[in-house]
Design a protein around this ligand. Structure first.
Ligand SMILES: Nc1ncnc2c1ncn2[C@@H]1O[C@H](COP(=O)(O)OP(=O)(O)OP(=O)(O)O)[C@@H](O)[C@H]1O
Length: 237
């Protein structure tokens, strides 16, 4: 469904992603892991049109979307939940959720009521402004807004970032229910949470694929650690 081939992302002389091949099939949840600066966010940004692709191609449902604008890509149903959530601070929770309809482009997605069913913690907060939400509440709003935009696939950037363990559990509980309906590609530093959710994972190190495998294979701490430390001889496909 999402097929990334030979992806390279450069920022001036910095090579952030170097020749990455990665695919996410319908019905799959896939993790993109790796240490700080490995190129995970740059990969998501390149897929959703937020940074230019230096080389390589991105196909979504067979269509070449390489270099397309972020709004065009979102309208195709490839929906990005960015790191830091980007909840509109002056809009209420309810208004933030409704903003998702803009990207839905007429596709039928979750209604706001569906989101409140999935994330009941948001119900008492529906009139509260974005700026007055905790990090976990903002993450739930960002995920809820993405659902209202009728995603055909979700790209999630570090949904656990800065959250207490109990909140990470709540967010990942919701993601597990979402992943039953929508394929996801999730970037995470929290490998335990991500590998519990995902069927397969890819580990980046210094912009290159260091390791890939099933969640069970990546649960092997030694090879995961070796790939985080940049020992590329740990790689297997
Ligand atoms: N806008 C930018 N301009 C210049 N260099 C950048 C920019 N964004 C990222 N980089 C560099 O590209 C490399 C990859 O960064 P990226 O944010 O993709 O990594 P990451 O794996 O997501 O890291 P983290 O887990 O810390 O968010 C790093 O060396 C980073 O410093």
């Amino acid at each position: 469904m999402l097929e990334i081939t030979g992806l390279c992302v450069d920022y001036g002389t910095t090579r952030a992603v170097v020749g990455l091949d990665l695919r996410v099939d319908a019905g799959e949840a896939v993790a993109l892991l790796g240490p700080n600066g490995a190129g995970k966010t740059s990969t998501l940004h390149a897929v959703s049109g937020l940074v230019p692709v230096t080389r390589g191609t991105v196909l979504f449902d067979g269509a070449d979307i390489t270099g397309h604008s972020p709004s065009e890509i979102a309208r195709r149903g490839l929906v990005h939940v960015p790191e830091g959530r980007r909840v509109f601070p002056s809009l209420s929770v309810d208004e933030n959720l409704r903003m998702g309809r803009i990207a839905a482009a007429g596709r039928k997605g979750w209604t706001e009521a569906d989101v409140y069913d999935l994330l009941p913690a948001l119900v008492p907060l529906r009139d509260r402004a974005g700026y007055a939400l905790s990090g976990g509440e903002q993450q739930m709003v960002a995920i809820g807004r993405a659902l209202v935009s009728a995603p055909r696939m979700l790209l999630l950037d570090e949904p656990s970032l800065g959250l207490a363990p109990v909140v990470v559990q709540a967010v990942y509980g919701a993601l597990a229910r979402i992943a039953a309906d929508v394929p996801v590609l999730v970037v995470e530093q929290n490998t335990v949470a991500a590998l519990k959710l995902c069927h397969r994972g890819f580990v980046l190190s210094a912009g290159r694929l260091a390791l890939s495998g099933t969640a069970d294979e990546l649960g092997d701490r030694d090879s995961l650690l070796a790939s985080f430390l940049g020992k590329r001889d740990a790689a297997h496909a």
